[in-house]
Design a protein around this ligand. Structure first.
Ligand code: ADP
Ligand code: ZN
Length: 510
């Protein structure tokens, strides 16, 4: 029997599954072929199977590196329940002797260890006394400083595995942006062609993204259209409380959740939400992890999430039951402005990555194309151009070439010596005389009044777009200055295609 056919039989007999899911088959096939692989799959996609199944099929033991003892023991229980010969070597285990004997005699399919153990010299010697089928590295993003959970011990895995050049490696992770993924490949010595990315689409979630203007009213409209339970993420504790208060006049039960609330209030609110069929929870991102509520009908963001990964994870809490659900994001240019200022403050080594994170978010909120396609491409998939279930697919926005207006805007900021706010600069551009402008001599600048008619309507969206792109930056005193990207626009090297949301009232569909 071909190895994959044998594996398929084991999938049924040992695990009781009718078939592989998503791209498990591809990963398992590669591993059985002893080719090193990085499997990127969202939580719940079935990553464990990707090493457990080959562990049974291949001769020798699969050594699994896992960062948390509690997690290891959960997996151990589950593996043993399926009849897999598995053990853990942790400080919490009393049966080391039996485990070592079983390992050396080839009587283990799986051996779970923590990264700090795996990197010790003694462990390396132990490995030479047994037959190793596979190294599986769970939560592999921990190896990367780009990731959200860097663990220095993971860096020692590479030299450990390099001592066994014939043993294939399988790294597994749920969240990884492009940087983190490339870094995982490098840090763990896995070839680029070994990356398998799978199954990030959540087809029942309808994505919609709007510029923010009076977010209370925008959220109100969402609540009116959606009677089921929902989560609204707000950027700060104070903002959650403000919004919760505002929205509680809508007749819906609205509660609040953030780390500043007393633990008993937090627990009570969470419990009430899980049990509820119509509650709205206004929360910071502290809310949601580990909450099992499949019928969340919407997730809204009142401010920009931290990254596309965070956005995906947070919106992913909607519609786990597979029924239609909505993800709505309301963003403002000031979100980007603030985030760019924060980037300028982090140490130089991390700036490129942080900037890339922001640029990716900028591309998502500003695209005239399919939101889902942007998301899925970000996760390395190759989606259709349109999904039919996002705001831009259902109601295509107009896009206009606003390059000239952008140039006028940036020159006005430069000519007024980067000392004024939007209101003043836009007043100069549209030729509004004022005492202040006269006193500064700005009414005689060449940019005075060069924006006319229809163009004036583009000023606000142009300012927003320039801020998103880092061509315009806020100053501490409420003014604006030119950012690093401004030159390219002024010199005509870069164009600004502006997405204008459709004017007509969005019809609710679905
Ligand atoms: P992950 O580690 O990717 O979050 P798990 O490995 O914990 O996911 O698997 C999630 C669930 O999916 C588990 O209950 C597992 O038994 C189940 N599962 C995995 N593979 C399959 C499959 N091929 N068919 C059906 N269920 C599967
Ligand atoms: Zn779409």
């Amino acid at each position: 029997m071909a190895p994959l056919d044998a594996a398929r039989a084991t999938l049924k007999s040992t695990f009781g599954f009718a078939d592989f899911r998503g791209r498990q088959e591809e990963v398992v096939e590669r591993v059985l072929d002893r080719r090193s692989t990085l499997a990127v799959m969202p939580t719940g996609a079935g990553k464990s199977l990707c090493y457990q199944l080959p562990a049974i099929e291949l001769e020798g033991t699969c050594v699994v590196v896992s960062p948390l003892i509690a997690l290891m023991h959960d997996q151990l229980r589950a593996a043993r329940a399926s009849g897999i010969r598995a053990a853990t070597l942790t400080s919490a285990d009393a049966d080391w002797r039996e485990t070592l004997d079983a390992f050396r005699s080839g009587a283990l399919d799986l051996l779970y260890v923590a990264p700090e153990r795996a990197s010790q010299q003694g462990f390396r010697e132990l490995l030479t006394s047994a037959r190793i089928a596979l190294f599986a590295i769970d939560e592999a993003h921990c190896v990367s400083e780009w990731g959200h959970d860097f663990r220095p011990d993971y860096r020692l895995l590479r030299p450990m595995m390099d001592a066994f050049p014939d043993v294939p490696r399988l790294a597994l992770t749920a969240t990884a942006d492009a940087h983190t993924r490339t870094d995982i490949l490098t840090q763990l010595g896995i070839p680029e062609e070994g990356m398998v990315v799978a199954g990030f689409d959540r087809p029942n979630i309808r994505y919609a993204i709007h510029p923010r203007d009076s977010v209370g009213r925008q959220l109100q409209a969402l609540l009116d259209s959606e009677p089921g339970p929902g989560i609204i993420y707000a950027p700060t504790r104070a903002a959650t409380e403000r919004l919760a208060e505002k929205l509680s006049t809508t007749g819906r039960e609205v509660r609040c959740y953030h780390a500043g609330l007393p633990p008993d209030v937090r627990a009570a609110n969470q419990e009430a939400f899980v049990a509820s069929e119509n509650m709205v929870m206004v929360a910071t991102v502290a809310f949601g992890m580990g909450i099992d509520k499949p019928d969340v009908r919407f997730v809204a963001h009142a401010g920009l999430p931290k990254s596309i990964e965070a956005y995906y994870q947070e919106t992913g809490r909607a519609g786990r039951d597979g029924d239609p659900a909505q993800a709505q994001l309301f963003w403002g240019a000031d979100d980007f402005a603030r985030a760019r200022m924060r980037v300028a403050e982090v140490d130089a080594g991390r700036q490129t990555g942080e900037r890339a994170r922001l640029d990716a978010l900028g591309a998502l909120v500003e695209t005239a194309g399919c939101r889902r396609a942007v998301l899925l491409r970000h996760f390395g998939e190759d989606p259709h151009e349109t999904c039919g279930n996002c705001d831009n697919c259902c109601d295509p926005p107009k896009s206009v070439d606003a390059t000239v207006v952008a140039q006028k805007y940036l020159s006005a900021v430069a000519r007024t010596r980067q000392m004024f706010g939007a209101g003043y600069v836009e007043g100069i551009l549209t030729g509004q005389s004022s005492d202040r402008a006269e006193k500064n001599g700005h009414d005689s600048l060449s940019v005075f009044g060069i924006v006319e008619g229809e163009e004036a309507l583009l000023l606000k969206p142009v300012r927003r777009a320039l801020m998103v792109r880092g061509a315009l930056l806020p100053t501490e005193h409420g003014g604006m200055m030119l950012g690093g990207e401004a030159r390219a626009y002024l010199k005509g090297e870069r164009e600004l295609d502006l997405v204008l949301p459709p004017k007509k009232q969005r019809r609710r569909q679905g």
